[in-house]
Design a protein around this ligand. Structure first.
Ligand code: THU
Length: 134
């Protein structure tokens, strides 16, 4: 299945009774495998998780650690970008040149790189002086 097919399908499973805003995400990993995630909200609102976080967790659980492509889809007037926290989560496993396509269910799409979404990201290199490890 393509990333858009995967993300579109998993979006249907989103648990979003509070925002009513269902999001689907699909990640292609270096192995070629595709991982899916949807947002999972909670009555204790801050406990909810984004679609991207779910897809990343699925990827890591299967032993993949590098992202080569991302697609996010929602029912929105314009393509929905990953939230700030998800940009950092994606950057953990994706180089700056990895493409993130933001799609709407009515066929719009916008593609940006991880570096464009999170310029000047905090990385392990910033901890070099203390011997901190990435
Ligand atoms: N959401 C995502 O899952 N991914 C995004 O890229 C944007 C926002 C979710 C979080 C929450 O469940 C709902 O959308 C409204 O913020």
């Amino acid at each position: 299945m393509s990333l858009i097919e995967t993300a579109t399908a998993v979006r249907e499973n989103a648990h979003a009774p509070y925002s009513r805003f269902k999001v689907g995400a699909a990640i292609r990993a270096a192995s070629g495998a595709v991982y899916a995630g949807c947002n999972v909200e909670n009555v204790a609102y801050p406990q909810g998780t984004c679609a991207e976080a779910g897809a990343i967790a699925a990827m890591v659980a299967q032993g993949d650690t590098r992202i080569t492509e991302v697609l996010v889809i929602a029912d929105s007037p314009s393509p929905v970008p990953p939230c700030g926290g998800c940009r950092q989560k994606l950057r953990e496993f994706a180089d700056g040149d990895v493409r993130v396509t933001m799609a709407t269910i009515d066929g719009q799409s916008l593609t940006m790189t991880v570096e464009q979404l999170l310029p000047g990201a905090f990385t392990a290199g910033h901890m070099a002086n203390t011997g901190g490890r990435g």
